[in-house]
Design a protein around this ligand. Structure first.
Ligand SMILES: [Zn+2]
Length: 544
């Protein structure tokens, strides 16, 4: 509290110099600061989807929605809309490996491959003999040697094939090791959806192998137990509604989830794991959403209903907004347009803000010709897609606007803290968005126009098919969510809903391994794309 009063006084002194503020404006600034400080507090531990931090944040948002008189519009008359996050397969603690009397450490000395059978095996084995009906040892050196001149070689996929073959030849378990000093890149890939084999397959480090089984012609007693299971967690959208009895509804959205301690591999932190407070990403957008949910109910803006959604699961791949647009709690055909606010708290000295989605309705051009704010320098981006939640609504042919004050050096790092937020700048952004909503009040339903598709992720590859992957797809392969106008996929006739499974001889099971496969091709390379369309398998010749 003390801090807020001091912050408030500090701001009043600061702003009175540059910008005349009405009393209410100062309250809005103080409230934005209060929201950001609460959401970005260490207590919420970075608001990772499915955690207690997410829960504390959702309760805060619900209280704000209630105070502002919004009706619940989630599941079963609540404010919450729950959705499942498939977290892949996790190794459970009962997994163990005992050689003679030595207990090896899971995920240090060894780990089961994700496609390992979940079973127990006890045996006495002489590694050098590779006797039938006993555990075998396989050195990946062989595969690496055989394929050292193949730039497209995919060792994890080849190893999976090999394990299947050795299983058929009589191995009752398989130990994989690498006697060379070359990194084989073999890791436990929780998202790998390869079908499970019938035998345990364990990767054992060369150090552990040499220490525990120095002599291959000796005999060892082995006890293996593998226990791997699907890990699921639940994300929670928070949904509030202002019903003006209007024919159309405007959706206002912002994601409130963030990275936690960086467990999901989407952090840019190179130091020890730490709380990613996510003040700008996206406590700032959530604060803007909360202040608009306070300003709009009491306003004259009655020609639309207003749906406020605080999304979760955005950092995992737009899970929350995708779930909402696939399971809407209002008729999407009656949604007039969607406004997304993601990172609106770091307006820099040039006061530059990017407004995306400019091309998603012919009306936006007209509107922004007269809706201006002297405190903001606006850069427009025509695309209806991008790395945030408006993309899910654009995919449903709904006009969108995306407000973003730009990336910065604290992006996706623990240092994205509340004391770096430009609260005055964010206040101006909120005012600007309010003006946009005000102007559309008498406009009726806006027309939708398709736009170019923006790259979703910064890519390290030089060629692309021009597809938008569906990050929430739980099956094996990459499900196509959208195809870019005039790009390779469109020319080949690849369609949304197709599941791409192979490029050349590289099979992949998820978006990450697809990106890795793409990285193996360069401009001018010719190859084949394999995909599933429903039950049919299709193949296309491509020249990148
Ligand atoms: Zn974000």
């Amino acid at each position: 509290m003390k801090q807020i009063v001091f912050g408030f006084l500090f701001f009043t002194s600061l702003v009175s110099f540059s910008q005349k503020l009405k009393k209410n404006d100062k309250l809005v600034i103080a409230a934005i600061q209060q929201h950001v400080q609460f959401l970005a507090d260490d207590k919420l531990e970075g608001r990772r989807t499915g955690t207690n931090g997410e829960k504390l944040a959702s309760e805060y948002i619900i209280n704000q929605f209630k105070t502002n008189g919004l009706q619940p519009r989630g599941d079963k008359g609540t404010y919450i809309q729950e959705f499942e996050v498939n977290d892949g397969k996790t190794i459970n603690p009962s997994t163990h490996l005992l050689i003679n009397t030595e207990e090896l450490k899971c995920e240090k000395d060894f780990f089961p491959m994700v496609y390992s059978a979940c079973t127990s095996v006890e045996a006495t084995v002489t590694p050098a003999l590779q006797e039938s009906n006993s555990p075998w040892f396989y050195d990946v050196k062989e595969l690496m040697e055989e394929n050292k001149n193949n730039p497209h070689f995919d060792l994890p996929a080849a190893l999976y094939e090999k394990a299947g073959t050795l299983m058929k030849q009589g191995a009752t378990a398989l130990f994989v090791y690498n006697s060379t000093s070359t990194d084989d890149g073999i890791k436990y890939n929780k998202k790998d959806k390869s079908a499970a084999l019938n035998i345990p397959v364990l990767y054992i480090t060369n150090e552990a192998r040499k220490k525990i089984m120095p002599d291959e012609s000796s005999t060892y007693d082995i006890k293996i137990k593998v226990d791997i299971s699907e890990k699921k967690r639940w994300g929670h959208n928070v949904v509030g509604f202002i019903d003006n009895g209007a024919a159309t509804t405007v959706v206002l959205g912002a994601h409130y989830d963030h990275l936690g301690y960086g467990e999901d591999g989407n952090s840019r932190n190179t130091g020890t794991p730490a709380i990613h407070n996510g003040a700008d990403d996206n406590a700032s957008g959530t604060a803007a959403l909360l202040e608009l949910s306070k300003l709009i109910p009491g306003s004259k803006l009655k020609s639309n209903n207003y749906l406020f959604i605080a999304f979760s699961g955005e950092e995992l791949g737009l899970y929350g907004s995708k779930h909402f647009t696939d399971n809407p709690t209002v008729d999407l055909k009656k949604v007039n347009y969607m406004v997304n606010m993601d990172m609106v708290g770091r307006l820099n000295d040039s006061s530059k803000i990017t407004v995306g989605g400019y091309g998603t309705s012919p009306y936006w051009g007209e509107l922004f010709s007269f809706v201006k704010d002297k405190n903001l320098t606006v850069k427009f981006d025509s695309s209806g897609t991008g790395p945030s939640d408006h993309t899910s609504f654009y995919r449903k042919d709904i006009p969108v606007l995306f407000f973003f004050t730009g990336t910065h050096s604290d992006y996706h790092k623990p240092s994205d803290d509340a004391d770096k937020i430009n609260y005055m700048g964010e206040f101006n952004v909120v005012k600007y968005i309010y003006k946009v909503i005000e102007e559309t009040n008498t406009r009726g339903k806006l027309a939708f126009t398709k736009t170019r598709e923006q790259q979703m992720v910064r890519s390290s590859f030089t060629v692309s098919l021009g597809i938008m992957p569906d990050y929430t797809y739980a099956g094996s392969g990459v499900r196509v969510d959208g195809v870019s106008e005039g790009k390779l996929a469109q020319r080949l006739g690849i369609k949304p809903g197709d599941v791409i499974t192979q490029l050349g001889d590289i099979k992949f099971t998820d978006v990450t391994s697809y990106m890795q496969a793409l990285g193996k091709f360069k401009k001018g390379d010719s190859s084949k794309v394999k995909l599933k369309r429903g039950t049919r398998e299709l193949e296309f010749d491509v020249i990148f």
